[in-house]
Design a protein around this ligand. Structure first.
Ligand code: ADP
Length: 209
C-alpha cells in the first residue's frame, strides 16, 4: 500500500470513529424524550436524559435522588454542580458509543460550558443542537395530559408546569443563543405527528453523519 493510501485508510477510520454529539433542545413537553428514543435506535446513538437519570436516582431513593427531589417537584432546576457531576459519571460509563443524544441537558449556560469542557477533554465537541419549537399553550396541554398517566408530580400541577416554562425561558433558552453563535443551532417545528417530526430531525442528523 502506498503512503497516501495508508493516509486515506487512517483518515476513513478516524472519520468512522469520530463520535457525534447531538443536543435535542426545547421546552418541557416538546417531545425531546420521545424523539430521542427513536433517534437512539435509528442512528445507534446513546440517549442521555438528565431528567430520566434524576428520576432513576429518585426512584431508588439515593442521596442524589433525595437532593434532586425538592427542585424537581417545584419545577426548579437541580443545581448545575450536581447535574454536571451526574452527567460526567454517565459519560465515563459509556465511552464506547457511536455518539450521544443529550436530552434535557444542557439547561443553563454554565452546563453548556461544562459540556463543552468535558467534550474538549476527549478531543470532541457538540456537532449540532436541534430545538423543537412548540408554543406554551400546546406544552401545557401536553404536560397535563402526560400527568394523568406518567406518575410525575411535576406534570400533575398547572402551577409547577408554568414554573418550568418560566425557568425554561429565563435560564434554558439562552443556551440556544450560545450554540447559535457557534453556528451549531437549528430549530424545527415540533408540531405534527411523531413520525413527521422524526423525519425532520433525521434529515438534519443524516447530513452531519
Ligand atoms: P421536562 O423536559 O419534561 O421538563 P425532564 O425529565 O427533562 O422533563 O426534567 C425533569 C426535571 O428534572 C426538571 O424540571 C429539573 O428539575 C430536573 N432536571 C432535568 N435535567 C436537568 C438539568 N440539565 N439541569 C437541572 N435540572 C434538571
Amino acid at each position: 500500500m502506498s503512503w497516501y493510501q495508508e493516509v486515506l485508510k487512517w483518515l476513513s477510520i478516524f472519520r468512522m470513529k469520530k463520535r457525534i454529539n447531538l443536543i435535542l433542545f426545547g421546552p418541557p413537553g416538546s417531545g425531546k424524550g420521545t424523539q430521542a428514543k427513536i433517534l437512539e435506535e435509528k442512528f445507534s446513538l446513546l440517549q442521555i436524559s438528565t431528567g430520566d437519570l434524576f428520576r432513576y436516582e429518585l426512584g431508588n431513593n439515593t442521596p442524589l435522588g433525595q437532593k434532586a427531589r425538592a427542585y424537581m417537584d417545584q419545577g426548579q432546576l437541580v443545581p448545575d454542580e450536581v447535574t454536571v457531576d451526574m452527567l460526567r459519571n454517565k459519560l465515563e460509563k459509556h465511552p464506547d458509543v457511536r455518539g450521544y443524544i443529550f436530552d434535557g441537558f444542557p439547561r443553563t449556560i454554565a452546563q453548556a460550558e461544562a459540556l463543552d469542557g468535558l467534550l474538549h477533554e476527549r478531543n470532541e465537541s457538540v456537532n449540532q443542537l436541534i430545538a423543537l419549537k412548540v408554543e406554551d399553550e400546546e406544552i401545557i396541554k401536553r404536560l397535563l395530559e402526560r400527568g394523568k398517566s406518567s406518575g410525575r408530580a411535576d406534570d400533575a400541577n398547572v402551577e409547577v408546569i408554568q414554573e418550568r416554562i418560566k425557568v425554561y425561558n429565563a435560564e434554558t433558552s439562552p443556551v440556544f443563543e450560545f450554540y447559535r453563535q457557534k453556528d451549531l443551532a437549528l430549530e424545527v417545528e415540533g408540531i405534527g405527528s411523531i413520525e413527521e417530526i422524526n423525519n425532520r430531525l433525521s434529515e438534519i442528523i443524516q447530513a452531519i453523519l
